[in-house]
Ligand binder design. Structure first.
Ligand code: ADP
Length: 495
């Protein structure tokens, strides 16, 4: 996989210059080894990227540590100003960021342009503004004043996944920086490029050297070294459960607070009293990003009396989805990320089919398109408690199960080891209240999907994660929350 590659460091991706070295202490740093980055669109090689290890992780933490005293002492207003300048830089480069991200991870160009990259800028603006209004009312204890403050914690190690690379990276980077911390970001090796552009944008926006560092490479190498570094004060990770166990182990060894946002196997419940067109629309939306969305409601749980009608309407709607090159405006579903992942998705589907499941649509790779294009798939007749209904597939694969009573619906919905999200479609607000109260999930949507406000707590129950980020919850995590108790003037202390 690796090769000596000491020269080519700036690649041109979709017409955009991307430096593929690390960004440490305000300088580009090469590694003796590199790893290849290929495009999921057509499997073409994009570039070689610096392959960091323990040495680069340590250097980045050293740089972040050196930058911490000054950045943490920088006023809130100045930090907020710089974060807004980063947002400006993102907005100025939306087209470039969108083009590079699509080349790198294969998600739709139109989503990157219109939804994702504006949201990346918003991540910075939101946490900059939230910082300025962050406050807890003082309160008194026998005349003593309690004052709550959010103190910067130190160096944050941020490990991010490939399904929404810059979006998920900045959802951590922005609050960590706003809080007055310094950061080492390790993007996923299957989509490493936009993190490098972010480093350029942050530097141009005036973020001081060493406040944001980016190291590239494999999780088991540079990632593992980074999260094990005892100088790291916070670890925030979005990714898979097995990797989370390694990271939580490293955090435990150093007793470092860790935030884990993991996968899901979220239910989408359709009750007979629902607007079926809405239910179908929401269900088909679960194929977004070729199913590579942790929040996706991949288990359709439909009340028996409307299951046939729902399925027929679903088939019609899903058949209208265009699969193809994610750079085409008309495309709805692009490729999956990587051959290894593609094989994993197909493995789940073929094993389910072999044990009696029926593919109402899809059921295998899109052989016309070839490459990493997997046909949107809906599986019925799935055996309860088999892997297709309990494990996260992370591809365009949905299952459909039926229920007859509210109790059954809730039992099915809560019947996995995950608890990230749930969607409830019903025309009865009383039922919605009853059902949502019983669901185990970090986020529940009623008659909608993917409405995400940055001030809302975000995270998962059970094995979908530990902790919550968003709004004040992000500052609670990225800061040392302090209570300062001051005696009133003239107070006589009687021990
Ligand atoms: P997936 O299996 O879907 O690729 P992962 O959870 O393995 O997801 O990857 C998410 C992120 O975690 C990536 O940036 C990856 O490099 C990183 N990673 C993987 N293994 C480790 C590890 N042992 N320590 C730290 N980071 C890791």
């Amino acid at each position: 996989m690796s090769q000596r590659h000491d020269t080519a460091v700036v690649a041109t991706i979709a017409g955009v210059a991307v430096d593929t070295r690390h960004w440490i202490g305000g300088r580009r740093v090469a590694s003796p080894a590199t790893f290849p980055d290929t495009s999921p669109i057509d499997g073409s090689p994009l570039t070689e990227v610096a392959r960091g290890g323990a040495h680069e992780a340590a250097a980045a933490v050293t740089a972040a540590q050196a930058a911490f005293p000054s950045w943490s002492a920088t006023s809130r207003e100045e930090r907020a100003r710089i974060l807004h300048a980063i947002a400006d830089g993102v907005e100025n480069r939306i087209e470039e960021l969108a083009a590079v991200e699509t080349a790198d991870n294969g998600a739709l160009l139109r989503s990157h342009r219109r939804g994702v990259m504006p949201r990346v800028a918003h991540n910075f603006r939101f946490f900059a503004d939230w910082l300025l209004s962050l406050a807890h009312e003082d309160f008194e204890t026998r005349g003593h004043t309690n004052r709550i403050s959010w103190d910067p914690a130190g160096v944050c190690a941020l490990i991010t996944p490939w399904n929404a690379p810059l979006m998920l990276a900045t959802w951590k980077v922005a609050p960590a920086l706003a809080a007055g911390n310094t950061v080492v970001l390790k993007p996923a090796e299957w989509s490493p490029l936009t993190a490098s552009l972010l480093a350029d944008i942050a530097a141009e926006a005036g973020l001081p050297s060493g406040v944001l560092n980016v190291v590239q490479g494999y999780g088991e190498e540079v990632g593992s070294a980074l999260v094990s570094d005892p100088r790291v004060a916070r670890i925030s990770f979005t990714g898979s459960v097995p990797t989370a166990r390694h990271i939580a182990g490293a955090a435990a060894a150093n007793l470092v607070p860790v935030s884990l946002e993991l996968g899901g196997k979220s239910p989408l419940l359709v009750f007979a009293d629902s607007d079926l067109d809405l239910a179908v629309e929401l269900a088909v939306e679960q194929y977004d990003n070729a199913g590579q969305v942790c929040l996706a409601g991949t288990r359709l749980l439909v009340e028996s009396s409307v299951a046939e009608e729902f399925t027929q309407r679903f088939i019609v709607k899903a058949a209208a989805l265009q699969q193809g090159d994610p750079r085409d405006e008309a495309t709805d579903i692009g490729p999956n990320i990587h051959p290894d992942h593609f094989a994993r998705i197909d493995g789940f589907v073929q094993r389910a089919l072999a044990t009696g499941a029926r593919a109402v649509i899809g059921g295998g790779p899109n052989t016309e398109l070839g490459g990493l294009y997997y046909r949107p798939t809906l599986l019925t007749d799935v055996a309860p408690d088999t892997e297709i209904v309990t494990e996260e597939v992370f591809g365009p694969v949905l299952t459909l199960q039926t229920f007859d009573t509210d109790e059954e619906a809730v039992a099915l919905a809560n019947g996995t080891r995950f608890g990230l999200a749930a969607t409830v479609v019903t025309g009865d607000s009383e039922r919605a209240r009853r059902i949502t109260e019983q669901l185990v999930a970090g986020t529940v949507w009623v008659n909608c999907f993917f409405v995400r406000d940055l001030q809302a707590p975000f995270g998962g129950a059970r094995q979908s994660g530990i902790g919550r980020e968003g709004g004040t919850w992000s500052f609670d995590f990225y800061c040392d929350v302090k209570n300062t108790v001051t005696a009133p003037k003239g107070w006589q202390h009687h021990g």
